[in-house]
Write a protein that binds this ligand. Sequence first.
Ligand SMILES: [Mg+2]
Length: 247
Amino acid sequence: MSIKCFVLDLDGVVYRGTKLVSNADKRIENLRSKGKVLFLTNNSTLARGDCVKKLEGFGIPAEEEEIITSGYASALYIKENYSSPRVFMIGEEGLKNELEAQSIKTGMRRCNVVLVGLDRNLNYTKIATAAKLIRNGADFLATNLDNTLVTEDGMLPGAGAIVSAVRTACEKEPIVIGKPSHIMGDIILRKAKAAPQEILLIGDRIETDIAMGKKAGLKTALVLTGYAKQEDADKSEIKPDYVLESL
Ligand SMILES: [Mg+2]
């Protein structure tokens, strides 16, 4: 069975922070001659348009339609599951843009959804507001649960750290949208327009990328240019179809 769609995680596969993974631009050009290419990220601080600009900055042409972020996936999920959503968001401009792109209203009062993502301007009031709304009946959604964000300055707190604060304060568990959730997996299947076994997901994290790919029935490849090392692949019970040095 041949591969019709390649789904590439961004950080750790295509680039690391502000640096291109060696030859990733040429590899992507080559993949485009073999099939459709989609790009995937759990980072909710970038809207799809921001991802396009970042890729173009590395000399990789891309279109918004080819990008799936946890923020975009969250906005689609809310649009499709609520008849009149009003969202209190913990997140940044990129997440707000994705909600607005789906015509979803945001605010601080009378919200029926609380969406928590990465927010580098987090404060006590935001956690308190989120927890209060959830205790009063709003649904609790998380863009993703990544503990860490890998940056040039090392490991910084990821969205998961912020979700944990809200979860502790409201004593409820969130619905998770991003990888490894099947919700992100379903969006990939819809966008790829191919059968699961005709899709190859390429990622650098076993517990998010590879786990989601396997749940969705996709072919999976782990690359060693990001988070996971060969020994992680050896130890893990989640086995990718391929382990590759790089893209
Ligand atoms: Mg990654």
